[in-house]
Structure formats: C-alpha cells, structure tokens
Design a protein around this ligand. Structure first.
Ligand code: FMN
Length: 295
C-alpha cells in the first residue's frame, strides 16, 4: 500500500488523489443570485444529501487554489441565501461543464451554457428547465472550512420545494432509477453515467439481523471459489436451512448427479458445490445456495 502523509503533498496532488478516490460524486448544478439581481449557474460535485427531515443538502464552493479567491456562487449565497439545486443527467453534461468556466460575475451562465431559465416559486434564483429534478432551497448556514487555497465552504441548503419531470416517474409516481440517467463526477476529466445495464440491487439488512460472515462454517468461509460479495450474501441470512430442506434438496436430479459423480472424492465435491453455489449467489438465489453448501 502506498501511504501518503497529507502534509507532504502539494494542493494539486492532494486534490488529484482525493478526487480520484472519492468518486463518483453527484453533481449539484446550483443557480444563485446576488442582491443586484445577477444570476449565476455553476456545478459542484462536493455535494450530497445529509438529512431527510429536515431535507438538507450540502455543497461546497471552494476557495480557488490559483489565487485563494472565493467563487461567485458563494458570494451570491452570502448576499441572497437561496438557491436551486438542479440535478444533472447525461443529456446536460457538456453544457454543465461549459457553465463551470470562470466567467466574470456579471455574466449569466444560463445564457453562456445555453440552458433555459424557469422562474422558481419560492426562491429568487431561477431553475434549469432541462434538469429532471429541481430543488428550491433556502440556505440555513454557510460553514467556512478555512482561509487557505482549496478550503471548502459548506453551504447547508434546506429543500423547500421539489420539481420532478414526469418523464422520469414510474407507474406509482416515484422516481424510476432507470429513467433519471444520472451522471457523476470522478477524478480529473472522468465522469460516469448510470445506465440500466450497470444498475444492480443489494438486499438491505434493515429488517433482518444476518448471522454474519464469522458464523459461516469454516470450509465455506475459506472457500477458494466464493468471493467476499458471496460471503456477504451468505452472512446476511437470519437462519440456516433446516436439515429436512437440505435433504429434500439433495434429492433433486441435478444435485444427485453432482453427489454421485463425486462420491468418495471430497475435494472435487467441494469444488463442484462451491462453483454451483457461486452461480446461485450471483443470480441472487441465497437460500438455495445455502442448501447446496450445507449438503
Ligand atoms: C462537474 C463539476 C463539478 C465541480 N465541482 C466543484 C466543487 O465541488 N467545488 C468547487 O469549488 N468547484 C467545483 N467545480 C468548479 C466550479 O464549477 C467552477 O469553479 C465555477 O466556475 C464556479 O463558478 P462561480 O465562480 O461562478 O461560482 C466543478 C466543476 C465541474 C465541471
């Protein structure tokens, strides 16, 4: 492992390691306004949701590394503590990047980047019409993290009103994860797109208390075939199958075939069973995998 002391690194080096490692990051496309009515639109990937009740997001316009100046968005928020957080999808990403150009304060990046201003209902900054989800927010607090180049400023923004494009909803009126087409920021110029083919589900251990990896029998836990993900799935069950279930499972023709073919050869049998269990686990069939592994 390469171990790096933060104090030995230059700010650009530190920035590089942090941005590549802490990724992907969602993008807050924030519209703000100053007291004189100048509108600003800028992306921030130092951004996330931090509370549901109250609904609070935080994003961070940092001090410029180049000259330690503060960003227009931050200055606007000190003057008018309101913003719209517009969620970014793939169709928007090139224009979003264009909006990050350091235009003078008087320049409206809606116009520069070619996005459409939509009046907000509760706050002064306009929304981005093209964005699939727009959050009208009031800023409760701005917390400075320092006065040196690269120091962040946490903008603690409470969501007051949400606008969601019906095109991304499912039949129940909820956001369809496959339709929103998110993009996120990684290190350097890298972005990623959330497409249906790279989405997957992981069962939430909220209602159940899994037995834990430490309770999995040694031979299974130390398998050369099962992966850490497979052990996580196996450790997430509350109880192991009963002997009668295992015995019934052993009578299935395809299982009987494996057992007969490996009779007297414990090592080959274990390999065969673990390979089959891995296939089942990768297909999400955890209960069945357990019966096979306990044969
Ligand atoms: C996708 C993306 C994410 C960004 N994230 C941040 C961020 O989290 N913090 C930051 O200070 N700058 C970030 N930037 C750079 C700002 O958007 C850029 O400095 C912008 O010009 C600030 O505009 P302003 O001075 O008008 O507020 C990001 C740029 C892009 C393209």
């Amino acid at each position: 492992m390469l171990s790096l002391k933060v104090s030995d690194l230059s700010i650009p080096e530190l920035h590089n390691y942090l941005q590549y490692a802490i990724a992907p990051r969602p993008i807050c496309f924030a519209s703000t306004i100053d007291k004189a009515g100048n509108i600003n639109l800028s992306p921030f990937s130092f951004f996330n949701l931090f509370s549901t009740n109250p609904p609070v997001c935080v994003f961070s316009p940092s001090r410029r590394v180049r000259d330690n100046t503060t960003k227009h968005s931050l200055e606007n928020l000190h003057e008018v503590p309101e913003c719209v957080i517009n969620i970014v999808n793939y169709a928007m990403v090139q224009q979003v990047s264009l909006a990050s150009v350091e235009y003078p304060k008087s320049i409206n990046e809606f116009i520069k980047s070619g996005f459409t201003m939509l009046p907000s209902e509760l706050v002064k900054p306009p929304r981005v019409a093209e964005s699939p989800v727009q959050f009208e927010c009031v800023v409760n607090e701005i917390k400075s993290l320092g006065n040196t180049p690269g120091a962040g400023n946490l903008v603690i923004a409470e969501i007051k009103l949400m606008h969601i494009n019906e095109a991304i909803l499912d039949a129940d009126g909820k956001i369809d994860q496959e339709k929103i087409d998110h993009v996120a920021r990684l290190g350097g110029d890298w972005y990623c797109r959330v497409t249906p083919d790279n989405l997957f589900k992981v069962a939430k251990p909220v209602k159940t208390v899994g037995i834990g990896v430490d309770a999995i029998p040694f031979a299974i836990r130390n398998s050369k075939i099962l992966t850490g993900n497979n052990l996580g799935q196996l450790g997430n069950v509350e109880t192991l199958p009963a002997d009668v279930e295992i015995e019934a499972y052993a009578q299935l023709p395809e299982i009987k075939d494996v057992l007969d073919a490996t009779f007297g050869d414990a090592s080959t049998r274990e390999t065969q069973l673990h390979l089959k269990a891995k296939q089942l686990l990768d297909a999400g069939k955890v209960a069945e995998a357990w019966k096979l592994l306990l044969l």
